[in-house]
Design a protein around this ligand. Structure first.
Ligand code: ADP
Ligand code: MG
Length: 248
């Protein structure tokens, strides 16, 4: 058994009287794809926001590669190797595909963003070119983000996250709104990133065809509480999961 890269330990998040995440624990093994699924409002995005440090849990711990990051600021996450995409696109619409991805990579470089966009250091550009190639965005390099179709905007979000060379990639509904062909591309890309490059992925997704195909492990949340965990096969056949989520 390989080491956990990410440990979420007994995390609870309250919004006023609402318990959005309730004493939730999760371990994501290095070099695997782990899916977090469940109905709308189950607490999946809130969990992501705790891991990426946008939200402070009321109790519990987040440990990344053996280091407690529960109190680290969100701005340090990229530097320590955690990248995320958002459920709703957060692109710079007036900037090009290349510029959006360069902004992703800027976190490692410090200094002014403007100078960085002009300097284009060769070693970093080489990696960015590779990311653009692998995500299929090469024909759109110089296109403004707002002129891309939805599927390519989603890929651009993923490309920007990959530009920081993350060790852990958090993806919040990357397949939402994608066509079957685009989902197949995403499936191949994520599988390749994990199996070939050793990336670790935690993915929130409703597209079960993708979840069942790519995941090594699946955790199911309902009303902030873990109701099941196991291989895709185990989870798919779990009566509690069918009742709460899959049966509808
Ligand atoms: P999911 O991503 O599984 O659909 P969320 O984590 O977005 O669920 O939401 C879990 C619950 O927490 C929902 O009831 C949601 O309305 C609530 N919630 C999420 N974020 C906030 C917030 N910033 N303020 C108040 N309530 C929130
Ligand atoms: Mg969500």
């Amino acid at each position: 058994m390989r080491n956990p890269l990410l440990q979420v330990e007994n995390v609870t998040v309250r919004f006023g009287g609402l318990v959005a995440v309730n004493d939730f624990s999760l371990e994501v093994t290095q070099g695997t794809i782990h899916a977090l699924i469940g109905p709308n409002g189950a607490g999946k995005s809130t969990t992501f926001n705790c891991i990426s440090r946008f939200y402070q849990p009321n109790s519990g711990r987040i440990v990344f590669d053996g280091t407690d990051i529960t109190r680290s600021p969100a701005s340090e996450m990229a530097g320590c190797g955690i990248a995320r995409s958002f459920q709703n696109l957060e692109l710079f619409n007036e900037l090009t595909v290349l510029e959006n991805i360069m902004i992703g990579a800027h976190v490692h470089c410090g200094g002014s963003l403007r100078a960085w966009l002009q300097a284009k250091p060769p070693a970093v550009m080489h990696h960015i070119d590779e990311v653009i190639e692998r995500t299929g965005l090469a024909p759109y390099r110089k296109h403004k983000a707002r002129n891309l179709d939805f599927g390519h905007q989603k890929l651009l979000e993923l490309a920007r996250a990959l530009a920081i060379r993350p060790r852990l990639l958090l993806l919040d509904e990357p397949a939402a709104g994608l066509r079957n062909r685009e989902i197949a591309t995403l499936d191949r890309l994520l599988t390749d990133l994990v199996r070939t490059d050793g990336l670790t992925v935690l993915i929130v997704e409703h597209v079960m065809q993708l979840v069942m195909s790519i995941s090594d492990r699946v955790t199911v949340l309902n009303f902030g509480t873990k109701i099941a965990e196991g291989t895709p096969q185990q989870v798919r056949n779990d009566p509690a999961v069918i009742e709460a989520y899959l049966g509808k």
